[in-house]
Write a protein that binds this ligand. Structure first.
Ligand code: GDP
Ligand code: MG
Length: 176
């Protein structure tokens, strides 16, 4: 329910996952429709981007928070879990470590986020199929285990980026 943030109709969505999985790139692709190569190492702590998504002729106002994935920032992030209506959880399909760490991220989420938070699992860098370390069905299986939707995305080519955010907006709208 969109009650905890009643002073605003912006819906708080946060991007989480290990450093380097492409959180900032995904947000830049969604916001600006382009891929800017290179690491956004300047991302310190948390920043946000506002985007309006139209779902069935209804405007859903997403306030998307980009987090830094480093362990040292996790204590900063906890406060944001509480207010989040939705959560995009990312791993990198070329990084087994980032995939294995999804369980740790989900443990955090279940500890700090609202129980009705909308969660979506994303396997990013889908364009890098020759370096793939995690099969699509492994992503699907993990998502099924936690009963969350799953997609593979590419912040580089833009594949499924709009779709992922729209799917989240749709789910939020249905729950509102
Ligand atoms: P963050 O730490 O999760 O915010 O990750 P970044 O957005 O900074 O991306 C980390 C690195 O991965 C950068 O070099 C990006 O250019 C690259 N990257 C991010 N997303 C993709 C993607 O979908 N495909 C490819 N090929 N590279 C990506
Ligand atoms: Mg970043």
């Amino acid at each position: 329910k969109m009650t905890h943030n009643s002073h605003s109709d912006w819906i708080s969505t946060i991007l989480v996952g290990d450093s380097g999985v492409g959180k900032t790139s995904l947000l830049v692709q969604f916001d600006q429709g382009k891929f800017i190569p290179g690491s956004f190492s300047a991302t310190v702590g948390i920043g946000f981007t506002n985007k309006v998504v139209t779902v069935d002729d209804v405007k859903v106002k997403l306030q998307i928070w980009d987090t830094a994935g480093q362990e040292r920032f996790r204590s900063v992030t906890h406060a944001y879990y509480r207010d989040a209506h939705a959560l995009l959880l990312l791993y990198d399909i070329t990084s087994k470590t980032s995939f294995d760490n999804i369980r740790a991220w989900l443990t955090e989420v279940h500890e700090y986020a609202q129980s009705d938070v909308v969660i979506m699992l994303l396997g990013n860098k889908a364009d890098m199929s020759s370096d793939r370390a995690i099969r699509r069905d492994e992503g699907e299986r993990l998502a099924r285990e936690y009963s969350v939707p799953f997609m593979e995305t590419s912040a580089k080519t833009g594949v499924n980026v709009e779709l992922a955010f729209t799917a989240v907006a749709k789910e939020l709208k249905h729950r509102a």
